[in-house]
Design a protein around this ligand. Structure first.
Ligand code: FNR
Length: 188
């Protein structure tokens, strides 16, 4: 059966380039992957006090943690904010990583696409995110790396990819990620 993959988008704005690329990649994905966007915009900023023994964690955290447990892999789309990933995405990683010992991320094969209108394709964001995923024990696809620069010019007015070379690249990326999930997924 298809592997359930959570798609997490690091931008909260409605016209996000990252969201548009996420949709484009989801359309190109092979049938071996079942991809769903899991939203992160409503998660309160992480505060350890709310996970303390006598506390009740925010419902949005609990729902997010329960939902992520259903997935076998995670595909991240990240903007670059000040040469790093976004606070929203880092917050989602932090929320999902706790309480200590029950991280929802452990062992789940990950892929990263960084998308920026700038020339460097979100390289800094991509690699800062990668650093956290090492600690979270997520085997993360190495090649092909996906740094999408000049991203606004790669989309038509309809928000869809407007050129074959980007389409071919993203197809290769998502097919390679699908194979990565097969070989690096958790043994059940
Ligand atoms: C940016 N942007 C940006 N771009 C980049 O390539 N490198 C960077 O370091 C930054 N820094 C940065 C900081 C902040 C606070 C904002 C709001 C923006 C521009 C960014 O790439 C652009 O807004 C993208 O369109 C954001 O991605 P979404 O929302 O389109 O997915």
């Amino acid at each position: 059966s298809a592997k359930k993959i959570a798609v997490i988008i690091g931008s909260l704005r409605k016209d996000s380039l990252n969201r548009k690329f996420a949709h484009a990649v989801m359309e190109l994905a092979p049938a071996s992957l079942a991809l769903d966007i899991v939203e992160i915009g409503e998660l309160p900023i992480y505060n350890e006090d709310l996970d303390a023994k006598d506390a009740t964690p925010p419902q949005a955290w609990t729902q997010f943690r329960d939902r992520l447990k259903e997935y076998e892999g995670v595909l991240f789309f990240t903007p670059e904010y000040n040469r790093s990933t976004t606070a929203a995405l880092k917050n989602a990683l932090d929320v999902g990583s706790r309480p200590y010992g029950s991280s929802v991320w452990s062992g789940k094969p990950a892929g990263i696409v960084s998308v920026s209108p700038g020339a460097t394709g979100g390289f800094g964001a991509n690699h800062h995110l990668r650093q956290s995923l090492v600690f979270l024990d997520m085997p993360t696809l190495l090649q092909p790396e996906a740094y999408i620069g000049g991203a606004a010019k790669l989309l038509g007015d309809d928000g869809k990819l407007n050129n074959d070379s980007t389409k071919e690249f993203l197809k290769k990326f998502i097919d390679t990620y699908a194979a990565w999930v097969e070989t690096n997924g958790k043994k059940k």
